[in-house]
Structures are given as structure tokens and as C-alpha cells.
Design a protein around this ligand. Structure first.
Ligand code: GRF
Length: 291
């Protein structure tokens, strides 16, 4: 993809402000759209202890530069909710990464449909509040969709990370957290996804198909199973004599790495939406590169 196309997507809905005249601008390496009579430049300046990064759009020939803010280094740590139904190894790796200071965010609450699952136990052992969702059959325990939204709001949750959560996410939650809910799936979507594709069933189907590669997909969540926009993938080889358990374990190791990398980008506000609706991750080292 051409750099200028990408750059135009860098500021999808920029808000305007006038650059403080006393600030010294540092231009980042970007591409100017000279043939359109427009210059777009990535710039940064220092305000107190904060470094601000933004996108400048200026019609060539105009003296005054109107500055559009596209991306600012996040000042605030992001608040995360993780949803699990099982062992919670992805949850654990994200939580550990946060404790090690690798993420600009913290896990504030764990949501589960199984109060006694490994993920819930890990949360309780680590002082993370556990919330039961959805309501269990007899109705005495668990939250309704609107109560869940209220609860997440009360924790001021920014992002929701599904990590082996087997219940469909209610539309109330998807609407309340637009473009803010991620899921990890253990195959290269759109292959081997959808209702019924979970756990070892996914890996058995991959092996039976003869596919030579599998691997995790992280995608945004919509109203259906595994159909939201793909954000990141990692390929893992499928070996000739693999059992489903062996393939699952190879994919899971890669899941742990990939989910932490993606959550790191999420917390640093490095997710960029391309004009056609595809989300990209802006490289940490070079703002003009995407993964
Ligand atoms: C992972 O394989 C994930 O891709 C899928 O459910 C599994 C959860 O594993 N959605 P864990 O509970 O994180 O160990």
C-alpha cells in the first residue's frame, strides 16, 4: 500500500486546534500530497513533560497552518476488562505483561460465565474483581446485559478483551463499546471460525483440511461469532503428524505473544482505521509503517 494512502488514513476524524505559536515543531518523516495541493505532515512538539504527536494538514500556499490533531501520545493508562470462560492463560499473560510495565494499561475487572474457571480463580488470587455474566439459569446470580454495561462503565473500562469467552456478546455491549472489543481466535480467520468452532474442534478441523499453516487471529467483535474486522494474525506451521493438542499448544504460545503485542498497541492508541474499515496497527518505531 502506498505511503500517502496510509498517511491520509492517519487522521480519520481529526479535531482542529491552532498550534501554540511558541511551540517548536519537529517534523516526522511523512509524505506530502502535493498533487492534491495539500500537505499532510506528521509533527510533534513538547508540552511540559508530554510529547504530542499529530498530523498537520495545510493547503499549499496558505500562510497560516491549521493543525489537526490525529494522534496524541496517551497520557492516561487504559482500563481493561477481560472476559474468560476457561483456563485463562491469555488473560494471565496480559495481566503479567501489565504488571511488568510492558502495557500502558491495567486489568481492572474479569468477567466470566463460569465462576469457578481457572481464569476467575487467577483473578481472585490477584485481587481482580470477578463479575458473573450472563445471568445463570435460576436468575439468582449474574448480570443482565444492561447491568454489565453499567458495571463496566463504573470501572471506567476503555477496552474489553475476550480471551476464551464462549458466550455471544450482547448487542448492548457492542453498541456501548464500539470499536473497543477484541477477541482472540485460534485459527487464521475467516477459516475455521463461527459458531461451533471452539477449543480442540478448531484444531481438528485445521488438521483434517490439510492446511499447512494455522495461527491466532485477533479481531474486533461484532454481533456474530468470529466475523468482526481482523486486526492481527500470526502464522504457525501445521506439522505432518500433529495431534489437535500439539497444534493447539503451538498456536496458544503464539496467542500469548500476539495478544500482548496488540493490547500494547491498543493502550498506546496505535490502532488506525483505514478508509475501507480495516484496522491497522501503527508501528511503534516508525509512525509511517503498519502491521
Ligand atoms: C484460546 O485458544 C483462544 O484462542 C480461544 O480460547 C482459548 C482460550 O485459552 N478463544 P485460555 O483460556 O486463554 O488459555
Amino acid at each position: 500500500m502506498e505511503a500517502q494512502q496510509i498517511l491520509s488514513r492517519f487522521c480519520p476524524k481529526p479535531s482542529s486546534l491552532l498550534l501554540p505559536s511558541h511551540k517548536k515543531l519537529h517534523t516526522l518523516p511523512c509524505v506530502g500530497l502535493k498533487n492534491l495541493g495539500i500537505q499532510r505532515l506528521g509533527c510533534s512538539y513538547t508540552e511540559g513533560k508530554k510529547k504530542r504527536v499529530f498530523c498537520v494538514r495545510r493547503t499549499i500556499g496558505e500562510e497560516a497552518a491549521e493543525v489537526k490533531v490525529g494522534a496524541t501520545m496517551p497520557a492516561r493508562r487504559k482500563k481493561l476488562a477481560v472476559f474468560v470462560s476457561g483456563g485463562g492463560s491469555n488473560f494471565k499473560s496480559i495481566h503479567e505483561a501489565s504488571l511488568k510495565g510492558l502495557l500502558h494499561g491495567d486489568v481492572l475487572v474479569l468477567v466470566t460465565n463460569k465462576h469457578d474457571c481457572g481464569g476467575a480463580e487467577y483473578a481472585r488470587n490477584n485481587g481482580i474483581p470477578v463479575v458473573l455474566f450472563p445471568k445463570v439459569k435460576d436468575g439468582s446470580d449474574g448480570l443482565s446485559p444492561s447491568e454489565l454495561v453499567d458495571t463496566l462503565r463504573s470501572f471506567q473500562v476503555d477496552f474489553i478483551l475476550l480471551a476464551g469467552f464462549l458466550k455471544l456478546i450482547p448487542v448492548e455491549l457492542i453498541q456501548a463499546y464500539e470499536k473497543s472489543i477484541l477477541n482472540i481466535h485460534p485459527s487464521l480467520l475467516p477459516a475455521f471460525g463461527g459458531k461451533g468452532y471452539y477449543g480442540l474442534k478448531v484444531h481438528k478441523a485445521v488438521i483434517a483440511s490439510g492446511a499447512r499453516y494455522s495461527g491466532p487471529t485477533i479481531h474486533f467483535v461484532d454481533e456474530h461469532y468470529d466475523t468482526g474486522r481482523i486486526l492481527a494474525q500470526r502464522a504457525v506451521p501445521v506439522l505432518a503428524n500433529d495431534t489437535a493438542e500439539e497444534l493447539a499448544s503451538r498456536v496458544l504460545k503464539e496467542e500469548h505473544r500476539l495478544y500482548v503485542e496488540v493490547v500494547e498497541a491498543l493502550c498506546e492508541e496505535r490502532i488506525v482505521w483505514r478508509e475501507d474499515g480495516v484496522p491497522l496497527i501503527r508501528s511503534k518505531d516508525n509512525p509511517n509503517e503498519f502491521c
